[in-house]
Write a protein that binds this ligand. Sequence first.
Ligand code: G1P
Length: 298
Amino acid sequence: MAPHITKAVIPAAGLGTRFLPATKAMPKEMLPVVDKPAIQYVVEEAVAAGLTDLLMVTGRNKYALENHFDRVAELEATLEAKGDLAKLRSVNESTGMANIHYFRQGDPKGLGHAVLQARMHVGREPFAVLLGDDLIDARDPLLQRMILEQEKRNASVVALLEVDPSQIHLYGAAAVEATDDEDVVRITGLVEKPSAESAPSNFAIIGRYVLRPEVFDVLEKTEPGKGGEIQLTDALQRMAVAPDWTGGVYGVVFRGRRYDTGDKIDYIKAIVQLASEREDLGPELRPWLKQFVGTLQD
Ligand code: G1P
């Protein structure tokens, strides 16, 4: 039996320019989604999938991330003295969830480069990569499924979502072949952010990967691609066409709830949707939303 996967890499070195000025002095991963920073959802997802050894690849301006997952003795003492146990619990939730390690990527040269920084930490075992811009609803476990497929097929596995063809230029796009399992496809090719006309399909990679360590060997030789950055998609393309030594690449087709917090409109949608479903906020928010929608003119 192969040892169970325990490691995850969370790239968090992006500059967050789409959210300026909010992200001038604060990492974009700390932007709240309702009342938790986006990064906490990602860490919770990893932990729920049994991954307890996390490496965050960070950059300048990212101290808030480390602070968020650390204890704040003063705040804990104040809440304890006040007897505010609910708030104390919410503060402690992000502490001690997992072993979180940090690596500073001095020179951000793209997602592939960020993942390559994890090589020493990960070693020669399969590992997961979770991108913070994509939030997967905890009720629709995706990562668990991907880990099972990785173990079963001894391949690398990415999460795929069928998107509207007009959106495919925002993603890595996959050429796929069916397998016996309707939720799993074999990937025969990958292109980073193709135009709608040249895309091999409308299967988009969403930010979850479970990779074999051979990806590091490939990334090391991967030249800058789209946008002058070292692209993880390009490395996976090479693995997809060399299954003899990489195990190939498979896609788990996700049909659950995903929230994109990578751009402003989607971020706002994610907050409204999640808040309106929450037991503590929904009952007040939903009727207000309905009434507000009624006031909107086309
Ligand atoms: C990255 C990847 C892309 C993937 C996307 C998912 O792009 O390069 O292949 O489809 O994440 O969110 P980014 O959105 O960081 O530009």
